[in-house]
Write a protein that binds this ligand. Structure first.
Ligand code: M6R
Length: 608
């Protein structure tokens, strides 16, 4: 996730050193490029490049630059691949205005078109660059004061943002604004900081002012003023003292990144939903006409593709198959120019997946990928890319990117359903309405199940093994639930289609053996009930992930997790996995393991 920082100080010192130091404190958020803007002797100096901070400062000596005012940025690419040109800060045509930004400007295409017609020249592919040009336009062409130009420009933006602006037109100020993306102020006797996250300045001050949505802030070296961006009324907000240690602050107060990322899921799903990517339709259209459709991925990403495989079969009425990336070789003889291959990957760097799509491409297949990391290797081999927009995931165990991968598969599925006539426009609109509510449903699911997850985890943590069972589309949920438990708590868990458990695995069941059932009220419901009774009859302790009003199954199982109603038939793979993520997390913690760094595992597997 991008990191922003701004510093304004009373004395002219090596502010380059200060801004780099603050950016280093934001490195944990993940980034692919960085940059700074500093006002030195009434000149605006911009330094930026692709790469990590240490690599960049080896090439560009930023530290000795002196001044009183600077802004900096670490970028996690969303619009345009990682590159020097796309790195922030972005400047106006006259080079006098610099902007750093966190978030997504949804109307940037339209703003960019208008500004180009007025003669502005753009040098990057980013959404952010429109901001510096807009401010310039209002300042130069409409002769507004610089402050008014900034305010007017911000009011034109649709989307999410935390923005910092500096300019030689107002060399004693940092102007900031916030909507949906975080922004905080830090104060000490010599400096005022503004940053996307408290760790940026925590070693220099614990005095913090949290900014709220739709606020505009003017920062001077001797103080700050906050205004409501809509009414422009001034707001008084005194600083408070944070007691967090640096590590705790990086995790926004959560004890582990994994828990933070589970809680970030409503937000990352919301980011995905509102992007409405054009590539989704294009991918659906290509799948619709293809002869053969293969999904390819590894681990958690592979499980998400089972939604895709299922939906293509259901809506496109064609045989499609998900292949574990390391087994891709076995279907190579089926691949030609009438084949579509859909790689799904968080990192875009999983070697097994890369190798598969390389060969598929050589044989003429179209590569339509679903990836989180912009500009990663898989995206470069792809004919179309759907981005997850989930932000960087630090916990090794995938959580928020799994939900994002699954929602992306559903997104394509809905388009396919419409194309193939599996549902009409009215039904499509009603599905879309529910789809857009998924972030909210996931939020409620987290809130309603966290305490229960802790309770069940206390019991599960003493077990040596367990089963996760489901039918239909939720076999993938069972797979992912069992994988999460194995990965971080080291309890041996297996997942099966519930009907298959009778053909062997049930032999392991004895008194108090844990069996988790994913039991939405869909066509699988009655058979799942029978499977629960079979397990109960053999002494198992059963756990049900059920719809919130489902007293029938609630009375059959020992423990239950409750999912809001109305998400059983469609989209159930999204909320039903959430309690299982929480269960795995709290079980690992109870057993004394660190969920963020499971033994033997790497975040990205770049070897075969
Ligand atoms: O970066 P990718 O999505 O391609 O990674 C694939 C798997 O290595 C990954 O999902 C792995 O299974 C995770 N540790 C699961 O939590």
């Amino acid at each position: 996730m991008c990191g922003i920082v701004g510093i304004i100080q009373k004395n002219e010192t090596k502010i380059g050193e200060e801004i780099i130091h603050a950016l280093q404190k934001l490195e944990y958020r993940g980034y692919d490029s960085l940059g700074v803007a500093i006002i030195e002797d009434d000149k605006l100096i911009i330094q930026k490049d692709k790469g990590k901070i240490n690599e960049v400062i080896e090439k560009i000596d930023i530290a000795p630059i002196s001044g009183k005012i600077a802004i900096g940025h670490t970028r996690w690419a969303t619009h345009g691949p990682p590159s020097k040109i796309n790195a922030h800060p972005h400047v106006s045509c006259d080079g006098k205005i610099a902007v750093v930004h966190n978030g997504i400007i949804e109307n940037f295409q339209e703003l960019r078109r208008n500004l180009k017609e007025k003669g502005h020249t753009f040098s990057s592919e980013t959404d952010t660059e429109v901001i510096s040009h807009l401010i310039e336009d209002f300042f130069v062409n409409e002769h507004l004061s610089f402050r008014e130009a900034v305010i007017k420009a911000i009011k034109q933006l649709v989307g999410t943002y935390a923005i910092c602006v500096i300019s030689t037109n107002a060399p004693q100020r940092i102007y900031c604004a916030k909507k949906d993306s975080p922004l905080v102020i830090g104060l000490n006797s010599n400096r005022i900081f503004v940053a996307s996250d408290i760790p940026a300045f925590l070693d220099q001050t614990q005095q913090v002012v949290l900014l709220h949505d739709n606020e505009f802030v003017e920062i001077r070296s001797d103080g700050y003023n906050i205004f409501n961006l809509i009414s422009m009324e001034q707001i008084t907000r005194a600083p408070y003292t944070v007691s967090w240690k640096a590590e705790m602050a990086q995790k926004a107060g959560y004890p582990h990144f994994m828990l933070k990322e589970i809680h970030e899921q409503p937000n990352s799903l919301y980011n995905y939903v509102r992007m409405k990517q054009k590539s989704v339709k294009k991918v659906a259209e290509k799948i619709y006409v293809a002869e053969r459709i293969f999904f390819v991925a590894a681990g958690t990403a592979y499980y998400s593709t089972l939604t895709g495989e299922y939906l293509v079969r259901k809506f496109n009425k064609k045989l499609s198959q998900s292949i574990i990336a390391s087994e891709f070789e076995s279907i190579l003889n089926l691949i030609d120019e009438n084949t579509v291959v859909v790689p799904v990957s968080q990192s875009g760097e999983t070697m097994d997946t890369i190798l598969g799509i390389k060969k598929a491409k050589e044989q003429g297949a179209s590569i339509l990928s679903i990836v989180n990391v912009v500009g990663s290797t898989i995206t470069r081999y792809s004919d179309e890319v759907i981005y997850l927009h989930a932000g960087p995931e630090i916990g090794v165990a995938a959580t928020k990117t799994y939900l994002a991968q699954t929602i992306a598969n559903w997104d394509v599925g809905l388009e396919l359903g419409l194309l193939s006539g599996s549902f009409n426009k009215t039904e499509y609109e009603s599905h879309r309405k529910k789809f857009n509510q998924l972030p909210k449903i996931v939020k409620t699911t987290i809130t309603n199940n966290e305490v229960q997850a802790r309770t069940v985890a206390n019991w599960f943590s003493k077990k040596k093994s367990g089963f996760y069972l489901a039918r239909g589309i939720n076999v993938q949920t069972a797979n992912e639930g069992a994988l999460k438990m194995k990965e971080i708590s080291y309890i041996h868990c297996e997942s099966y289609p519930a009907g298959e458990s009778k053909h062997g695995p049930i032999a392991l069941v004895e008194k108090d053996f844990p069996v988790v059932f994913i039991a939405p009220k869909d066509h699988t419901y009655r058979l799942i009930q029978s499977n629960i009774m079979e397990m109960n009859a053999r002494g198992a302790s059963t756990i049900g992930v059920i719809e919130e009003n489902d007293d029938e199954i609630k009375n059959l199982v020992t423990w239950s997790f409750k999912i809001p109603q109305g998400y059983s038939e469609i989209f159930s793979t999204i909320p039903y996995v959430v309690p299982l993520q929480l269960l795995a997390y709290y079980t690992a913690v109870k057993r004394g393991y660190s969920p963020d760094k499971p033994r033997n595992l790497a975040k990205s597997v770049t070897v075969l």
